[in-house]
Design a protein around this ligand. Sequence first.
Ligand code: ATP
Length: 275
Amino acid sequence: PTAMHDINLQPPIVHWQDVGGQDSVKKVLSRMIKYAKETDPSVPRVITPSKGLLLYGPPGCSKTLSAQAMATESSFNFFAVKGAELLNMYVGESERAVRNLFNRARAASPSIIFFDEIDSIGGQRGPGGGGSSSAASKSSGAVNMITTLLTEMDGFEALSGVLVIAATNRPESMDEALLRPGRFDEVVYVGPPDQAAREAIFRVHLRGQPLAADVDIPNLAARAEGHSGAEIKNICNKAAHAVQERYDDDETGIVKLEFTMEDLEAALLREPIRI
Ligand code: ATP
Protein backbone atom coordinates (compact mmCIF):
# COMPACT_ATOMS: atom_id res chain seq x y z
CA PRO A 1 0.00 0.00 0.00
CA THR A 2 1.10 3.58 -0.56
CA ALA A 3 0.13 6.80 1.13
CA MET A 4 -1.55 8.03 -2.00
CA HIS A 5 -5.04 6.98 -1.04
CA ASP A 6 -4.62 8.76 2.27
CA ILE A 7 -3.64 12.03 0.68
CA ASN A 8 -6.68 13.76 -0.58
CA LEU A 9 -7.36 16.95 -2.43
CA GLN A 10 -11.00 16.93 -1.46
CA PRO A 11 -11.40 16.95 2.28
CA PRO A 12 -14.85 17.00 3.81
CA ILE A 13 -16.33 20.46 3.36
CA VAL A 14 -16.01 21.94 6.84
CA HIS A 15 -16.69 25.61 7.52
CA TRP A 16 -15.73 27.65 10.57
CA GLN A 17 -19.34 27.49 11.70
CA ASP A 18 -19.11 23.68 11.84
CA VAL A 19 -16.43 23.97 14.51
CA GLY A 20 -18.08 24.73 17.84
CA GLY A 21 -16.06 27.05 20.09
CA GLN A 22 -12.26 27.15 19.63
CA ASP A 23 -12.38 30.85 18.79
CA SER A 24 -8.71 31.46 19.50
CA VAL A 25 -7.69 28.51 17.29
CA LYS A 26 -9.87 29.81 14.46
CA LYS A 27 -8.30 33.21 14.87
CA VAL A 28 -4.72 31.94 14.64
CA LEU A 29 -5.52 29.80 11.60
CA SER A 30 -7.38 32.63 9.86
CA ARG A 31 -4.46 34.96 10.47
CA MET A 32 -2.07 32.41 8.99
CA ILE A 33 -4.20 32.27 5.84
CA LYS A 34 -4.42 36.04 5.68
CA TYR A 35 -0.64 36.37 5.74
CA ALA A 36 -0.22 33.58 3.19
CA LYS A 37 -2.57 35.41 0.85
CA GLU A 38 -0.89 38.78 1.33
CA THR A 39 1.94 38.38 -1.13
CA ASP A 40 2.19 42.08 -1.99
CA PRO A 41 5.66 43.18 -0.78
CA SER A 42 4.46 46.77 -0.38
CA VAL A 43 2.14 45.76 2.47
CA PRO A 44 3.95 46.86 5.67
CA ARG A 45 4.98 43.95 7.85
CA VAL A 46 7.37 43.58 10.76
CA ILE A 47 7.10 39.81 11.11
CA THR A 48 8.05 36.79 9.08
CA PRO A 49 4.84 34.77 8.80
CA SER A 50 5.01 31.17 9.94
CA LYS A 51 4.82 28.43 7.37
CA GLY A 52 4.39 25.69 9.96
CA LEU A 53 1.98 25.42 12.85
CA LEU A 54 1.52 22.67 15.41
CA LEU A 55 -1.88 21.96 16.94
CA TYR A 56 -1.73 19.94 20.14
CA GLY A 57 -4.28 18.74 22.64
CA PRO A 58 -6.42 15.78 23.69
CA PRO A 59 -8.07 13.53 21.07
CA GLY A 60 -11.39 14.47 19.53
CA CYS A 61 -11.13 18.17 20.31
CA SER A 62 -11.14 19.46 16.72
CA LYS A 63 -7.54 19.60 15.56
CA THR A 64 -8.35 17.83 12.29
CA LEU A 65 -11.68 19.59 11.97
CA SER A 66 -10.06 23.03 12.34
CA ALA A 67 -7.43 22.21 9.71
CA GLN A 68 -10.19 21.09 7.33
CA ALA A 69 -12.15 24.29 7.97
CA MET A 70 -9.00 26.30 7.35
CA ALA A 71 -8.68 24.66 3.93
CA THR A 72 -12.34 25.17 3.03
CA GLU A 73 -12.46 28.78 4.16
CA SER A 74 -9.24 29.72 2.39
CA SER A 75 -10.02 27.59 -0.66
CA PHE A 76 -6.42 26.40 -0.49
CA ASN A 77 -5.81 22.84 -1.67
CA PHE A 78 -5.61 20.35 1.17
CA PHE A 79 -3.25 17.40 1.46
CA ALA A 80 -3.65 15.23 4.53
CA VAL A 81 -1.47 12.38 5.72
CA LYS A 82 -1.21 10.40 8.95
CA GLY A 83 2.19 9.84 10.55
CA ALA A 84 1.47 6.21 11.33
CA GLU A 85 0.69 5.45 7.71
CA LEU A 86 4.04 6.80 6.59
CA LEU A 87 5.75 4.75 9.25
CA ASN A 88 4.16 1.54 7.99
CA MET A 89 5.78 1.87 4.60
CA TYR A 90 8.88 0.14 3.36
CA VAL A 91 12.30 1.67 3.95
CA GLY A 92 12.81 4.57 1.58
CA GLU A 93 9.22 4.58 0.47
CA SER A 94 8.05 6.87 3.23
CA GLU A 95 10.72 9.51 2.55
CA ARG A 96 9.72 9.40 -1.09
CA ALA A 97 6.10 9.83 -0.07
CA VAL A 98 6.97 12.91 2.02
CA ARG A 99 8.98 14.48 -0.80
CA ASN A 100 6.23 13.67 -3.25
CA LEU A 101 3.67 15.23 -0.93
CA PHE A 102 5.60 18.50 -0.77
CA ASN A 103 6.10 18.49 -4.54
CA ARG A 104 2.41 18.02 -5.15
CA ALA A 105 1.50 20.67 -2.59
CA ARG A 106 3.90 23.16 -4.22
CA ALA A 107 2.51 22.37 -7.67
CA ALA A 108 -1.04 22.88 -6.39
CA SER A 109 -0.26 25.98 -4.30
CA PRO A 110 -1.71 27.77 -2.51
CA SER A 111 -2.10 24.68 -0.39
CA ILE A 112 -2.10 23.22 3.08
CA ILE A 113 -0.32 20.03 4.10
CA PHE A 114 -1.84 18.44 7.19
CA PHE A 115 0.28 15.94 9.12
CA ASP A 116 -1.91 14.14 11.62
CA GLU A 117 -0.25 12.17 14.45
CA ILE A 118 3.07 13.84 13.72
CA ASP A 119 4.50 12.49 17.00
CA SER A 120 4.55 8.99 15.51
CA ILE A 121 7.26 10.12 13.07
CA GLY A 122 8.52 13.14 14.95
CA GLY A 123 9.54 11.50 18.23
CA GLN A 124 12.92 12.13 19.85
CA ARG A 125 15.72 10.74 17.81
CA GLY A 126 18.07 8.11 19.19
CA PRO A 127 19.29 7.32 22.72
CA GLY A 128 20.25 10.35 24.77
CA GLY A 129 17.62 12.37 23.00
CA GLY A 130 15.92 12.88 26.31
CA GLY A 131 13.05 10.58 25.50
CA SER A 132 11.50 7.45 26.91
CA SER A 133 12.64 3.92 26.14
CA SER A 134 10.39 3.84 23.09
CA ALA A 135 12.02 7.07 21.94
CA ALA A 136 15.44 5.51 22.33
CA SER A 137 14.41 2.74 20.00
CA LYS A 138 12.99 5.08 17.40
CA SER A 139 13.46 3.35 14.09
CA SER A 140 15.93 4.66 11.58
CA GLY A 141 12.98 4.95 9.20
CA ALA A 142 11.47 7.58 11.46
CA VAL A 143 14.79 9.43 11.71
CA ASN A 144 15.06 9.55 7.92
CA MET A 145 11.53 10.78 7.69
CA ILE A 146 12.14 13.62 10.14
CA THR A 147 15.24 14.60 8.19
CA THR A 148 13.25 14.57 4.96
CA LEU A 149 10.52 16.65 6.54
CA LEU A 150 13.03 19.18 7.89
CA THR A 151 14.73 19.44 4.52
CA GLU A 152 11.42 20.05 2.80
CA MET A 153 10.32 22.65 5.34
CA ASP A 154 13.63 24.49 5.24
CA GLY A 155 13.54 24.51 1.49
CA PHE A 156 10.79 27.04 0.92
CA GLU A 157 9.83 30.50 2.01
CA ALA A 158 6.86 31.30 4.17
CA LEU A 159 5.16 33.05 1.31
CA SER A 160 5.56 30.31 -1.26
CA GLY A 161 1.93 29.33 -0.86
CA VAL A 162 2.43 26.12 1.10
CA LEU A 163 1.39 25.99 4.76
CA VAL A 164 2.17 22.99 6.90
CA ILE A 165 -0.11 22.14 9.80
CA ALA A 166 0.71 19.28 12.13
CA ALA A 167 -1.35 17.75 14.93
CA THR A 168 -0.38 15.71 17.97
CA ASN A 169 -1.80 14.45 21.24
CA ARG A 170 1.72 14.16 22.65
CA PRO A 171 3.70 17.38 22.09
CA GLU A 172 6.26 16.29 24.69
CA SER A 173 7.41 13.48 22.42
CA MET A 174 7.98 15.74 19.41
CA ASP A 175 11.47 15.96 18.02
CA GLU A 176 12.70 19.40 19.12
CA ALA A 177 14.26 20.07 15.74
CA LEU A 178 10.74 20.26 14.34
CA LEU A 179 9.90 23.16 16.63
CA ARG A 180 12.77 25.47 15.66
CA PRO A 181 12.20 28.79 13.88
CA GLY A 182 11.17 28.36 10.28
CA ARG A 183 9.58 24.99 10.99
CA PHE A 184 6.62 24.39 13.30
CA ASP A 185 7.34 27.64 15.08
CA GLU A 186 3.77 28.42 16.00
CA VAL A 187 2.29 26.08 18.59
CA VAL A 188 -1.39 26.21 19.46
CA TYR A 189 -3.21 24.33 22.21
CA VAL A 190 -6.59 22.92 21.19
CA GLY A 191 -8.22 22.08 24.48
CA PRO A 192 -11.43 20.44 25.65
CA PRO A 193 -14.54 22.52 25.00
CA ASP A 194 -15.87 24.87 27.70
CA GLN A 195 -19.58 25.33 28.41
CA ALA A 196 -20.18 27.74 25.51
CA ALA A 197 -18.22 25.52 23.13
CA ARG A 198 -20.12 22.41 24.22
CA GLU A 199 -23.40 24.20 23.54
CA ALA A 200 -22.12 25.21 20.12
CA ILE A 201 -21.00 21.62 19.40
CA PHE A 202 -24.43 20.23 20.34
CA ARG A 203 -25.99 22.82 18.02
CA VAL A 204 -23.65 21.85 15.17
CA HIS A 205 -24.52 18.16 15.47
CA LEU A 206 -28.25 18.72 15.98
CA ARG A 207 -28.51 21.29 13.21
CA GLY A 208 -31.55 20.69 11.04
CA GLN A 209 -32.81 17.88 13.29
CA PRO A 210 -36.35 17.91 14.68
CA LEU A 211 -36.16 18.77 18.39
CA ALA A 212 -39.01 18.54 20.91
CA ALA A 213 -39.71 21.72 22.90
CA ASP A 214 -38.15 20.24 26.05
CA VAL A 215 -34.66 19.90 24.57
CA ASP A 216 -32.44 22.14 26.68
CA ILE A 217 -29.04 22.50 25.08
CA PRO A 218 -27.36 24.59 27.83
CA ASN A 219 -28.42 21.94 30.34
CA LEU A 220 -27.01 19.11 28.18
CA ALA A 221 -23.79 21.05 27.67
CA ALA A 222 -23.38 21.55 31.40
CA ARG A 223 -23.82 17.84 32.00
CA ALA A 224 -21.41 17.01 29.19
CA GLU A 225 -18.54 18.67 31.03
CA GLY A 226 -15.35 16.68 30.42
CA HIS A 227 -16.57 15.34 27.08
CA SER A 228 -14.71 16.09 23.85
CA GLY A 229 -16.33 17.35 20.67
CA ALA A 230 -16.04 13.85 19.22
CA GLU A 231 -17.91 12.44 22.21
CA ILE A 232 -20.66 15.05 21.91
CA LYS A 233 -21.02 14.10 18.28
CA ASN A 234 -21.36 10.44 19.38
CA ILE A 235 -24.04 11.40 21.89
CA CYS A 236 -26.03 13.13 19.14
CA ASN A 237 -25.61 10.15 16.80
CA LYS A 238 -26.70 7.64 19.42
CA ALA A 239 -29.73 9.72 20.30
CA ALA A 240 -30.58 9.95 16.59
CA HIS A 241 -30.56 6.16 16.34
CA ALA A 242 -32.90 5.87 19.31
CA VAL A 243 -35.26 8.44 17.78
CA GLN A 244 -35.28 6.67 14.43
CA GLU A 245 -35.83 3.23 15.93
CA ARG A 246 -38.72 4.42 18.06
CA TYR A 247 -40.31 6.00 15.02
CA ASP A 248 -39.75 2.96 12.81
CA ASP A 249 -41.05 0.52 15.43
CA ASP A 250 -44.22 2.50 16.03
CA GLU A 251 -47.31 0.99 14.44
CA THR A 252 -49.80 3.43 15.89
CA GLY A 253 -48.66 6.44 13.87
CA ILE A 254 -48.61 8.56 17.02
CA VAL A 255 -44.85 8.69 17.61
CA LYS A 256 -43.17 11.75 16.15
CA LEU A 257 -39.79 11.63 14.49
CA GLU A 258 -38.15 14.04 16.94
CA PHE A 259 -35.48 14.18 19.62
CA THR A 260 -36.70 14.55 23.18
CA MET A 261 -34.57 15.68 26.11
CA GLU A 262 -34.78 12.11 27.39
CA ASP A 263 -33.22 10.71 24.21
CA LEU A 264 -30.25 13.02 24.56
CA GLU A 265 -29.93 12.48 28.32
CA ALA A 266 -29.94 8.71 27.85
CA ALA A 267 -27.23 8.92 25.19
CA LEU A 268 -25.20 11.27 27.39
CA LEU A 269 -25.34 8.88 30.34
CA ARG A 270 -24.12 6.02 28.16
CA GLU A 271 -21.16 7.96 26.70
CA PRO A 272 -17.94 7.28 28.59
CA ILE A 273 -15.57 10.19 29.20
CA ARG A 274 -12.27 9.34 27.57
CA ILE A 275 -10.25 12.56 27.60
P1 ATP B 1 -7.40 13.19 17.18
O1 ATP B 1 -6.28 13.67 18.04
O2 ATP B 1 -8.09 11.97 17.72
O3 ATP B 1 -7.07 13.12 15.72
P2 ATP B 1 -8.80 15.66 16.69
O4 ATP B 1 -8.56 16.73 17.71
O5 ATP B 1 -8.13 15.79 15.39
O6 ATP B 1 -8.54 14.28 17.37
P3 ATP B 1 -11.23 15.79 15.23
O7 ATP B 1 -10.91 14.73 14.22
O8 ATP B 1 -11.13 17.18 14.77
O9 ATP B 1 -10.36 15.57 16.51
O10 ATP B 1 -12.66 15.54 15.85
C1 ATP B 1 -13.36 14.33 15.61
C2 ATP B 1 -14.80 14.62 15.29
O11 ATP B 1 -15.44 15.16 16.45
C3 ATP B 1 -14.96 15.70 14.23
O12 ATP B 1 -15.00 15.16 12.94
C4 ATP B 1 -16.28 16.34 14.61
O13 ATP B 1 -17.35 15.62 14.07
C5 ATP B 1 -16.32 16.20 16.12
N1 ATP B 1 -15.86 17.44 16.77
C6 ATP B 1 -14.74 17.62 17.50
N2 ATP B 1 -14.63 18.88 17.92
C7 ATP B 1 -15.70 19.54 17.45
C8 ATP B 1 -16.15 20.90 17.51
N3 ATP B 1 -15.46 21.83 18.17
N4 ATP B 1 -17.30 21.22 16.87
C9 ATP B 1 -18.01 20.30 16.20
N5 ATP B 1 -17.64 19.01 16.10
C10 ATP B 1 -16.51 18.62 16.71
